[in-house]
Structures are given as C-alpha cells and as structure tokens.
Ligand binder design. Structure first.
Ligand code: HEM
Length: 517
C-alpha cells in the first residue's frame, strides 16, 4: 500500500514537473503580445564579426580569431565572450549557438511535425544531380523525410527487430576478440585498435543492411572491395566536413575534391545496390519455404524493399546513408569506451564484477538488459567523449530564447558537447563517474533531461541507436570477458570532422583473464 502511494506521489510530482516545464517551454515558444515589447530583437544577439558576404567565415582565415582552433575551443571562446547564446552569419545563413539545456529543450519542443536538419549539403547536392533528387532520411525534409523515417522507424526502433541481429552480432564480437588475440604482440599490446574497430562496425552495418558478412576481421585474404569501401566512406565524410566551411564552388563546377566525393559516392551506392539486390533474392528464396518475412527477423531491408510503399531507389538511398553514418559513429564510440575503461581500472573491475554476476555460460540479450552498470558506463562515455558534439535545427516557427526573438528559418546549433562537460549541469563534470547515472544515486534526479543527449532528441533523433548500443555492449562485454585492458597510448587527441574521431593511435595492452589465452 505504502509503495503504491509513494509511486503515485512520485508520479504526481513527475507530472507536475513535466507540466511546469511544458508551460515554461510553451511560454518561450509563444510569447503573449503584451510581453513582446520586452523581447529583444534578433539583431541584438551578440556574436563574432560577420562582415558582408563571407560573414563569420573570415574569422577562420589566417590571422582570424578562430584560425587553428578546434570547434570546441571556438565555441568556448565565443561563449566566454558573448554568453550562452551568440549568433554568427556565414554567407546568407544565420546560426544561433546554444549551450544551455533549458534552451535545447525550447528548440526541440518547437521542432513541429517535420523537424528540419540541413546538414550533409554535399550529399544533398549529389542526390539532386546524380540521383534524380531521391534523398535519404538524413538529407530529406518535410513529407519526404516523414515517409522514409516512419517506414524505417517502425522496424528499426522496435526491440524485437534489433534483437533479431543479436546472435549474428554476437558472432562478430567473438571474431573481434579472436582478432585481438591473433594481433597482439607477446606483451599483449596492439599498437592501434582503430582499424579493427572500423572493420567490426562495418560488419555490423553489413548485417543490418544486407544480412551479410564481409569477413573483414579474420579473413587472411585481402578484400579489395572492402578496402575501397572503407576508403570511400572516409572520402565522403572528409569532403562533407571540409566543404561545410568553404564557398560552395562545387555547386557551380566540379572541384577536384568534389570529383573524388562523387567517385566515392558512386562506389558506395553501387555496393549498396548490389548487396540489397542479393538480400532481396535470398528473401524470395526464404518466402518460397514459407518463412514469414516481417522485417523483424534480420530481414529488415528485403522487407522494406518488397513490402513497404518505398521505391527501390529510396531504400537503396537510405541504406547507403546507414553505411555512411553507422560505421564511424559506432567504432569511435567503442574506442572511447575501451579508452575510458582502460584508463580507469576501478570502473573496469566493477563492470567485470557485474558481468560475472549476470552471465553464466553464454551471453544473452536478457543478460545485457540486466546490466545497469554497463548502461551507466555507456552513458558516461557518451557524456565525456561524444561522437557527435551536437546537432542543428532550422526553426519552423518563431521562438524566444534568453529574451531574444528568433525568427523561423534561423539555424540553431545545439552544443551538447559543452553542456555535458559543464560543472553547472554535472557535479565533478570532468571525472569519469558512471555511478552518476545509476537510478539509486540521488543526484541522478538533478540531471537536466536535455543536458546529455548524445543521440539527439525527438522525431529526428538517431534511428540506429538501438543497433549501435547492442553492438557496443557486445564488443565491450566480450573483450572484457577475455581480457583486462589498459590504455598504453599517448594522450588522447581528437579530430573534429563530421564525427569526433580519435586522432591518436588507440594503443592497448590486453592481459588475458585466463592465463591460457
Ligand atoms: C554511437 C553511435 C551513434 C551515435 C552517437 C549517433 C548519433 C546520432 C545523432 C546525434 C544524430 C542526429 C540527431 C538529431 O539531429 O536530433 C543521428 C542521426 C541519425 N543516425 Fe545516428 N548515431 C549512431 C549510430 C548510428 C547507426 C549505427 C546508424 C544506422 C544504422 C545511424 C543512423 C542515423 C540516421 C539515419 C540518422 C538521421 C535520422 C533522421 O534524420 O531522422 N546512427 N545519429
């Protein structure tokens, strides 16, 4: 009885909290007319000099204030100077930069029916020019985006659909462990784990997209297609990043870097098409045996190609996007998790103890679900070393932020990388403390729900999240089952491209838990 009452009480408090927040947010979105006179204009928002035409881009030129600085250094510099909101103009686009979780909440709640995120401009342009303007989930907007998103989401975010890949992903994780045991030198050291983690994540995407293995981890034969594929992904990501802060000459004529991009894109597209068709053929075989194809038995893509209202071109497009955004994100995140575990032996030991308590012989989905410390470690890794430092939204309606009027059409940059390391939001923010995420920790309630959102929020948040989590958990748990790990490389440096990548070699020492290994 007491428990029921206290649950009701907590429920009521949560409801009050949520409705208060909602009212406050709505007030920020829709300011009554009588209050608008106190609202400052968009022009009043402070920010770095943005001279005509090039705008704030000039700050990145040699002798400019931002030259040679990393994006987080630039954001921090501007934040110190202008506060928790500042604006800059690049060409004719205005960007408003935000750092406070309350403001993130206002922006995401104003997302509307079709949240707009205009990133990957080179890809959008490529699709217009070379792909009959068929865009994927990442590059499309409005109704087109909604149609793609809702069709894929129905299957990709369902636990059952993700669980269907567990056994195969588990085998890939075993191969990663085997690869580590074959590669490590006599003293257990692997000089750089990054390429094996990329191969591991590529296998993961191969499974999700085509139910196919590329055999990249253990095969002794050189796989030329895979090599070309990995190279192409790199070219696409690098060009996408580099072109973002350049004049978009590629729209007028094909610059040499854009030509490379197109070549790489065509390669990925052809590969995606080839394997999608193979997967479809296999599905047809399975259907003949009477096996049901429902998109939840590891047959997601063939299902979408044959049973959804999407065209083959649309499905292929989305698949090639998954390949682009699903490999580096997951592999970098696993690298960061191993890095933080490898530099915090006490956390590693606590995680290993939890694993020993939950896993008997073979690792199952239920085991993973029960491991609360593993999930806390994962969250804390995302907080300290996020693969994506933030996201952007183009406002679909006017809002007020921090007393300023922000008109619809403005692009907002939400910098959660800064909010996640801010002492205001997290006690002892620069320390790796997974315990802060445990339910029994009273401080957890103090964490603002929008302060750490590494997969984004709302309808436009990451659609591959569950796959990425399952893959990460499998890799880390299986490695720790066999080895105690220590990071023995140089101080970690980061490379800020489309994703935040480890720029230093990921050098680890693997000490077998069982001395015979
Ligand atoms: C650790 C791994 C990953 C991280 C941290 C991550 C993070 C993100 C973030 C921050 C966004 C933007 C969210 C927003 O704007 O609100 C996003 C979008 C997206 N992600 Fe991921 N992601 C990961 C793995 C994956 C994987 C494995 C896939 C594919 C299987 C994937 C597919 C996508 C897609 C398609 C979108 C665009 C969604 C849309 O626009 O509707 N991601 N991801």
């Amino acid at each position: 009885m007491t428990t029921t009452c206290s649950r009701r009480y907590i429920g009521l408090q949560l409801y009050k909290y949520a409705s208060c927040r909602f009212k406050a947010t709505m007030a920020a979105i829709l300011t009554p007319e009588c209050e608008t006179e106190h609202v400052k204009s968009f022009e009043d928002i402070p920010g770095p000099p943005s001279p005509p035409f090039l705008g704030a881009l000039v700050n990145h030129f040699p002798f400019g204030a931002f030259h040679g600085k990393t994006p987080p250094q630039i954001y921090e510099m501007c934040r110190q100077k202008y506060g928790d909101i500042y604006k800059e103009r690049i060409f004719h686009f205005s960007f408003v930069h935000l750092f406070d979780p309350d403001d993130f909440e206002t922006v995401f709640r104003a997302d509307g029916k079709y949240p707009i995120r205009e990133a990957f401009m080179t890809l959008t342009h490529y699709n217009k020019k070379y792909n009959g303007n068929v865009q994927g989930i990442i590059t499309s907007q409005n109704e087109t985006w909604q149609k793609l998103r809702s069709t894929f989401q129905q299957k990709m975010l369902r636990p059952k659909a993700v669980a269907a890949y567990f056994d195969e992903q588990s085998k890939v994780a075993d191969e990663l462990v085997e690869k580590i045991s074959r590669t490590k030198c006599i003293n257990g050291i692997i000089e750089d784990l990054r390429s094996d983690l990329t191969k591991f994540a590529t296998e993961g995407i191969g499974l999700v997209c085509f139910n196919k293995r590329f055999d990249l981890l253990l095969s002794k034969e050189e796989n030329a297609e895979a090599r070309q594929f990995l190279y192409s992904v790199r070219v696409i990501m690098e060009t996408t990043h580099n072109e973002f802060r350049r004049l978009p000459f590629y729209k007028l004529f094909e610059t040499s870097s854009y030509k490379e991009f197109v070549k790489a894109k065509i390669f990925v597209k052809e590969m995606a098409n080839k394997y999608s068709k193979q997967a479809l053929k296999e599905m047809e075989e399975r259907s003949k045996d009477g096996t049901e194809v429902d998109g939840e038995n590891g047959d997601l893509i063939p299902y979408l190609m044959s049973k959804s209202s999407l065209t083959e071109e649309e499905v292929f497009k989305v698949i090639s996007e998954f390949i682009l955004v699903g490999v580096d994100t997951t592999s970098h995140h696993i690298a960061y998790m191993l890095y933080l575990l490898g530099t915090h032996p006490e956390v590693q030991e606590k995680l290993y103890e939890e694993m020993s308590r939950h896993i008997d012989n073979t690792l199952s989905i239920d085991n993973l679900q029960q491991m609360t410390y593993l999930k806390a470690v994962d969250k804390e890794v995302h907080r300290m070393l996020p693969v994506a430092g933030g996201t952007i939204r183009r406002l679909t309606q006017d809002i007020n932020l921090r007393g300023y009027h922000i008109p619809a059409g403005t692009t907002i940059a939400v910098h959660w990388e800064q909010s996640m390391l801010d002492e205001v939001n997290f006690k002892d923010a620069l320390s790796f403390k997974p315990e802060r995420w445990l339910r029994e920790n009273a401080d957890r309630k103090e964490i603002h729900p929008f302060a750490a959102i590494p997969f984004g929020v709302g309808q436009r948040s990451c659609i591959g999240r569950r796959f990425a989590e399952q893959e990460t958990f499998l890799a880390v748990v299986k490695i720790l089952q066999s080895y105690e790990i220590e990071y023995v490389g140089e101080e970690l440096k980061l490379d800020y491209g489309v994703n935040v990548a480890p720029a230093t070699k990921m050098r680890f020492q693997f000490t077998p838990r069982n001395p015979k290994d």
